[in-house]
Design a protein around this ligand. Structure first.
Ligand code: ZN
Length: 651
């Protein structure tokens, strides 16, 4: 049996590889060149979704089912029952009628005098949290993160970045989006084709105008803090800010608020002047309808799968908790993660104390870094069952009508959000995903429950080199974020300080010098500056060194019987080579959208998951070509592509 599994492992790793390629020329092509499969993130997501699907489809009353579990299963059922037709349309039209009328459905009968975009949009936001055009969001104050604040700013847009709305290279994505709008109008609201097409074009054009002044994805800025009357004054000729906040939140604010990125609002004011009310109304109602529209899949099986994602969208934390409670290996696996974690910390501590590589840090900054590492915590993010149960206690779903069930969920969520507004802020909430996340504000690294699923790390017979090349290097990447960039804006007590206070000028200058080396290297890889995210590249580079060193320490300390397990049949590579192959295979990409590429544009956040990620290939070869140990293991001659003489190094 064990041999069979080992065989399977070899096969899988091998199936990605193109061994005809010289690893010293292009290690990515060597490790991933034959790939019909995508990287680790996708594998984890896939296997976790399979697992959720089993849970959600289990209709037996089992011991695990809590009342809320049953609600979640009901929602999944209502999603599976989605069918486009008169019932669906009726529910959507009813939803629209809560807030007014939609011009494209009314024709000449539509009355402009009855429409007020600010009121309509704010009321929709209050009830369902859908925020077209202008968003009011409650979240923790980015400067004093123990309290909540209201932020005014742009909503999340369908296409994720400014350049996707503006640049020629993204013209296709815009056409796809326009077609999607048209399809929703036609299929869900029975708008005639020509009218639907024309309206879709108008809505896209409007959105292009709206997004003209979004922040660039690498742009750093600090939101303006104002009293509500100051902000009201700022827009007094165009937007009734006090009323907009009042209608969005259901209360008059007395505290200060933030304006997220004022340029967006200033542009909005100009765009509004030249936009017909009809377009505005169509846009607002389209956004509402689109939020509640799910196209059914062609087959029942596909619909089942799609509904796992839909359920995840609304119950992400809860599903993680459900899976965690049902994972019978959770304690063992948690222990193993803890073991890797300790290994990484124990390996990094002496580096921080003694290594000359870190001489760019001034002594007092280095002292603080050592303390920070010591207090850095690991957290398996399974969420608190009781807390979640209270949150959803009032939910009463029927499992029949998707729109109605989703309305109930959103209503409840908005009540919760408003309730929490004047309570102490929760430390930056982490949403489930497939990779670890560093939460600077609590000096914690959070591990999502999806990583505790048996596949693909945890087979007994898997060589540890692969575990270290994949999971440990992801965790090491997160550990390194603690020590520079946003991470260095927090001291060892996880208190925010501004970077001047935290870091000596000298440390800063030294850092920038080394940082320049990476900038040059990565600029050579990519076609536009927009695709460079040095913060990530530096963590990748340090992460692989740390994970590799931790692996070598583990290997040094274990008995020969364990060392012997570090080889795989059919794969003629040393343990160390396997480490590097599996590291690169983290980033294999079969052309599906990279999971981490999404950009949430709205809020300034300490969460790196919301930043834009580099093209996968360079995340694999960049760090490897900077790492001497890699070239040694694959015997790459000096000045081979993968072994340049000039190597960048920060950690
Ligand atoms: Zn990162």
């Amino acid at each position: 049996m064990k041999a069979l599994i080992e065989h399977g492992n070899s096969e899988e790793i091998k199936s990605y590889m193109d061994e005809k390629v010289n690893p010293c020329d292009d290690f990515y092509a060597f490790a991933c060149g034959n790939s019909n499969n995508s990287g680790l993130g996708h594998l984890i997501k896939k296997s976790f979704n399979r697992r959720l699907s089993i849970i959600l489809n289990d209709q037996r009353e089992d011991n695990y089912d809590t009342p809320i579990d049953k609600q979640v299963k009901l929602f999944y059922q209502s999603c599976k029952r989605i069918k486009i037709g008169s019932n669906y349309e009726e529910s959507l039209r009813h939803l629209i009628s809560e807030f007014g009328t939609m011009p494209v459905l009314e024709g000449d009968a539509w009355q402009e005098s009855q429409f007020d975009w600010q009121e309509t949009s704010a009321r929709i936001s209050y009830r369902y949290g859908v925020m077209p055009i202008l968003a009011v969001v409650i979240t923790s104050d980015f400067a004093e993160n123990h309290i909540n604040r209201a932020y005014l700013g742009h909503p999340e847009f369908h296409l994720q970045t400014k350049s996707m709305y503006a640049d020629e290279e993204h013209a296709m994505e815009r056409i796809d989006y326009k077609n999607k709008i048209q399809k929703i109008l036609e299929k869900f609201l029975s708008v005639e084709s020509p009218l639907a097409r024309q309206t879709a074009q108008e809505l896209l054009d409007f959105e292009v105008e709206l997004t003209r002044e979004l922040p660039q994805s690498h742009e750093d800025f600090i939101p303006d803090k104002l009293t509500i009357s100051e902000m009201h004054e700022r827009y007094s000729h165009s937007i009734d800010i006090e009323r907009f906040f009042y209608l969005s939140l259901g209360e008059s604010l007395t505290d200060s608020v933030y304006e997220h990125f004022p340029k967006y609002q200033r542009n909005l004011v100009e765009v509004l002047k030249r936009t017909p009310a009809k377009t505005l109304a169509n846009y607002i109602f389209y956004q509402l309808v689109s939020y509640f529209s799910e196209f059914p899949s062609e087959t029942e099986k596909k619909q089942s799968e799609a509904c796992v994602d839909v359920t995840k969208k609304h119950f992400a934390k809860y599903l993680d908790n459900m899976a965690y409670r049902r994972n019978s290996n959770r304690n063992e696996i948690s222990k193993e993660i803890e073991h890797i974690w300790q290994g990484l910390k124990n390996t990094f501590d002496p580096t921080l104390r003694n290594s000359s590589v870190l001489d760019w840090m001034e002594p007092d900054n280095r002292e603080d870094a050592i303390k920070k590492l010591a207090s850095l915590k690991l957290h398996i993010n399974s969420y608190d069952e009781n807390e979640l149960a209270t949150e959803y206690a009032d939910l009463e779903l029927k499992g029949v009508d998707y729109v109605k069930d989703l309305q109930k969920i959103r209503l409840l969520e908005m009540v919760q959000i408003r309730k929490a507004f004047h309570k102490p802020a929760k430390s930056q909430e982490i949403y489930p995903g497939e990779t670890p996340v560093n939460i600077f504000a609590t000096n914690t690294i959070s591990i999502p429950v999806s990583l505790l699923e048996p596949y693909p790390f945890w087979s007994e017979s898997y060589p540890k080199s692969i575990l270290y090349g994949t999971l440990a290097s992801l965790i090491a990447h997160e550990i390194l974020h603690t020590f520079y960039g946003m991470g260095s804006s927090y001291d060892h007590n996880a208190e925010l300080c501004d970077q001047q206070e935290c870091w000596d000028n000298k440390t800063m200058k030294n850092f920038e010098k080394l940082d320049g080396c990476f900038k040059k290297q990565y600029k050579n890889y990519v076609y536009s500056y927009d695709n460079i995210n040095l913060i990530e590249n530096i963590a990748d580079n340090g992460g692989i060194r740390l994970a590799y060193a931790a692996y070598r320490n583990w290997y040094r300390d274990v008995a020969q019987t364990l060392k012997d397990k570090e080889k795989l049949p059919d794969l003629n590579y040393s343990a160390n080579q396997l480490f590097f192959i599996s590291y690169a295979q983290n980033w294999c990409n079969n052309g599906e959208d990279p999971i981490k590429k999404s950009v949430k544009v709205f809020l300034p956040s300490q969460l790196e998951q919301q930043k834009k990620y580099d093209v996968e290939k360079f995340r694999a070869i960049g760090p490897l070509s900077n790492f001497k140990e890699f070239s040694k293991e694959f015997q790459c001659p000096i000045n081979a592509n993968m072994n340049p003489t000039n190597k960048c190094k920060m950690f």
